[in-house]
Design a protein. Structure first.
Ligand code: CP
Length: 308
């Protein structure tokens, strides 16, 4: 059973294969209408359940489109509308869904929910985001970097802002792909110390930098994310904004980085907060390529899970 639960729990050679496969599949579709079936239909006769316990635009649409392009069918399910939201256990839900569908993608809150789904499902399970990680996003980001700049090995990546779930997946990916990470943000929003200890044990310690300008001076890639994640309390909004304002990615900050530095944001963005429109729409930005590559990367992930 091949689940895709996190980057660091997936074999590095398999991750490399998925990125390369995603690029091949993207190239093969160039110039075609989005609804054109892929030449190969590896998901023919497959049904995929897409479960969302949190909002989504990119994950929902890119998985749905990806399955359809590969000849499969989808059902998009809201956790709240399922018995899952009314007391049925994850384990029972996993066992029941496995009788109907060939693959489950779930976006949920706690990693324990994802892990229990994977433990009891008899079909592959994909992590579509938890409070602790977002591996599909980082696979798309690595693909995007390599499209623009070549191999990501030895690249220097600076993350500014909150040490959140998306950043955690960058940390998970660094040993497998061999890149260096710098985190720049206020101490109060530092990444989980256990995650930092894990990175150190892998021989890929994360550099912590409190000065935003110093953090980007040798960066090949500058990344940020929304200052308040879906699972964060809105009551802390003002305090977070005050703490994170020095880490806004704006034109002045990007001018401190190399002129070839890429800018990424997984979206949705709050323009004028974590990043300005000048940067989001500027010459270094690849944010919409990142969004597109969710589609291609996830198609490769689904094919890997299903071995098709
Ligand atoms: N980046 C991302 O996961 O987007 P959605 O929340 O819209 O799926």
């Amino acid at each position: 059973m091949r689940h895709f639960l996190d980057i660091h729990t997936t074999d590095a050679a398999d991750l490399r294969h998925m990125i390369d496969h995603a690029r091949t599949m993207k190239d093969a579709r160039k110039g075609q209408l989005k609804g054109t079936p892929d030449a190969e239909q590896p998901l023919a006769n497959h049904i995929v359940a897409l479960i969302f316990e949190k909002p989504s635009t990119r994950t929902r649409v890119s998985f749905d489109v990806g399955v359809r392009q590969m000849g499969g069918q989808t059902m998009v399910l809201s956790g709240a509308d399922m018995q899952l939201g009314h007391g049925e256990t994850i384990a029972d839900t996993a066992r029941v869904l496995s009788r109907y569908v060939d693959l489950i993608m779930i976006r949920t809150f706690e990693p324990a929910t994802l892990e229990e789904m994977a433990e009891y499902a008899t079909v592959p399970v994909i992590n579509g985001l938890t409070n602790k990680s977002h591996p599909c996003q980082i696979m798309a980001d690595i693909m995007t970097f390599e499209e623009h700049r070549g191999p990501i090995k030895d690249a220097k990546i600076t993350w500014l802002g909150d040490g959140n779930n998306v950043f955690a997946s960058f940390v998970h990916a660094a040993p497998a792909f061999g890149f260096d990470l710098t985190f720049a943000g206020p101490e109060t929003l530092d990444p989980d110390p256990k995650l930092m200890a894990w990175a150190e044990a892998q021989g890929r310690p994360v550099r912590i930098e409190r000065d935003a300008e110093a953090s980007v001076d040798d960066a090949d890639l500058v990344v940020t994310d929304t200052w308040i994640s879906m699972h964060d309390s809105q009551t802390a909004r003002e305090r977070r904004h005050n703490q994170l304002r020095p880490y806004q990615v704006n034109k002045a900050l990007m001018e401190k980085a190399d002129e070839k530095s890429l800018f990424m944001h997984c979206l949705p963005a709050h323009r004028g907060e974590e990043a300005t429109s000048e940067v989001m729409d500027g010459p270094n930005s690849v944010v919409f390529d990142e969004a597109e590559n969710r589609l291609h990367a996830q198609k490769a992930i689904m094919r890997w899970c299903l071995e098709v």
